[in-house]
Design a protein around this ligand. Sequence first.
Ligand code: FES
Length: 175
Amino acid sequence: MTTTSSAEHTRRDFLFVATGAVAAVGAAAAVWPLISQMNPDASTIAAGAPIEVDLAPIAEGQDIKVFWRGKPIYIMNRTKKQVEEARAVPVSSLPDPQTDQARVKEGHDQWLVVIGICTHLGCIPIAHEGAYDGFFCPCHGSVYDTSGRIRQGPAPLNLPIPPYAFVSDTKIKIG
Ligand code: FES
């Protein structure tokens, strides 16, 4: 059986307290990066974090382009006329048949949100250009309508819709 001297006790207590103090400092140091991580930095956003977009500044008939996962996303506040035109076309006449209703969120029919990458060879189409007042791809002349559906040119498919949801009447979350 061994006994521990009071000197050893003191030394061991000191080591224990010192180690505890280092652990506490380490824990405090670890908290800051965690807190700062709550706001995703640019590289995190580029890697795929969801982004929120305020729609309030986009006037009727205008659009904005934002980036999500490095891809251009067009958000268009369509006029009543643009929505009506998109819905008047017989779906069966379209190269990639899809109703306008299937491409927007119910109750937010004026908002079109599409990935701005041409489905032909990947150029970025220009908004509010082309015969259908939608998008025009200058690379090889593909023309998309106000629903982002392919109407003319070599592109085989409609502009894709990214995953998104309305978090309020004037804000969407993409991703
Ligand atoms: S890449 Fe758009 S038409 Fe070819």
